[in-house]
Write a protein that binds this ligand. Structure first.
Ligand SMILES: NC(=O)c1ccc[n+]([C@@H]2O[C@H](COP(=O)([O-])OP(=O)(O)OC[C@H]3O[C@@H](n4cnc5c(N)ncnc54)[C@H](O)[C@@H]3O)[C@@H](O)[C@H]2O)c1
Length: 315
């Protein structure tokens, strides 16, 4: 599968490393509004300073949109309207109307549309799915969850450089958390109970804090959980706790480990980190899944729609 990249910023660097580690996928072309960004590219990649030109000339099978969140809609729509396949960084767009417009355009043209939910491919998430499927621990039924995504993007009342390109704590990290939950429970059974957001007029972002409370079904019973996103805690902390009848598993998405506390047993910690940065591990998962879906001529539109509906419902 040949990929062209749109937006050669911070995340593109990890994406390029992951592409080089994934078989059957190759970066062929790239575009950025800033021509200086082309210096980040390997010599084998052709740089275009004009997106229309790249869309006309490129032989890429798909175009990966890694530009700031508020530009996703415009850039992805341009790709789709050129009858080319778009892969878009999460969140797919900044509001539900834009998400639905992109979905409709792609469906009308019978084009696949992928959303790159990279945190959902964390090694700790894959590891817990494996343990659960193999029934390695007798935890009983899932009864609830709590997922916290905190980034130090608002310090001393001001946004830090890390917030550049991101829409807001809830829009960016809520999408991450919900995509992780989609791999751990039946996301289609989830619905919103309440959403609570903090926006500050003087800060140029949609919100600095956001909380979503959800209900979900497991084996016909209702469970409850909350997604908690925050840019004001001053720390990088990303973790999901799954509460079971007989214990709790904590998945640390920043440090890539799982911590298991089972009633009557000593705490167990499983280190899942590798010699690669966690974001490279995440994108290896994204690209592995992408090449598989590409071969099977499927995409993740339906899942992406469910995640974005749950996300925007909380606003
Ligand atoms: N930085 C992270 O940790 C991270 C992690 C996961 C996902 N993301 C997502 O990836 C996306 C990009 O984030 P980033 O941190 O790499 O941003 P960034 O600001 O570092 O890079 C964005 C790049 O896109 C270019 N650009 C801007 N508008 C453009 C346009 N219309 N057409 C072409 N190029 C354009 C900029 O010149 C810049 O080089 C965002 O949606 C963000 O939420 C970022």
């Amino acid at each position: 599968m040949r990929i062209a990249l749109i937006g050669i910023g911070k995340i593109a660097n990890y994406q390029m490393q992951a592409i080089s580690h994934t078989k059957d996928i190759q970066l062929v072309d790239a575009h950025d509004l800033d021509p200086l960004r082309s210096e980040e590219l390997p010599g084998s990649v052709t740089f275009y300073d004009n997106l229309d030109k790249m869309l006309q000339r490129s032989e890429a099978d798909a175009f990966l949109v890694s530009t700031p969140t508020h530009t996703h809609f415009e850039v992805a729509m341009k790709v789709i309207e050129a009858n080319r396949v778009a892969i878009v960084e999460k969140p797919l767009a900044a509001n539900l109307q834009q998400v639905e417009a992109l979905m409709t355009e792609a469906r009308t043209r019978k084009l696949p549309l992928y959303t790159a939910f990279h945190p959902s491919y964390g090694r700790e998430v894959d590891w817990w799915r494996e343990q659960r499927d193999q029934e390695n621990f007798e935890l009983g039924k899932l009864i609830g969850f709590e997922s916290c995504f905190s980034d130090p993007y608002c310090i001393d009342g001001k946004l830090t450089l890390g917030a550049v390109g991101k829409a807001g704590s809830w829009i960016d990290s809520g999408a991450s958390s919900l995509s992780i939950l989609s791999r751990l429970l039946d996301i289609e059974s989830m619905s919103l109970v309440d959403g609570r957001m903090t926006s500050i007029q003087s800060l140029n972002c949609a919100q600095v804090q956001g909380l979503g409370i959800y209900r979900f079904l497991v084996d016909g019973r209702t469970g409850y959980g909350m997604v908690d996103t925050n840019w004001t805690l001053g720390k990088n902390y990303k973790a999901t706790r799954l509460w079971y009848e007989n214990g709790v598993i904590e998945l640390d998405h920043a440090k890539e480990y799982g911590r298991l506390r089972m009633q009557g047993h000593e705490e167990l910690v499983f280190n899942l980190a590798t010699d690669k940065p966690r974001l490279v591990n995440h994108y290896c998962g994204v690209f592995g899944n992408l090449t598989e879906m590409f071969q099977q001529k499927t995409d993740n539109k339906d899942l992406s729609e469910v995640i974005h509906r749950l996300l925007f419902a909380a606003l």
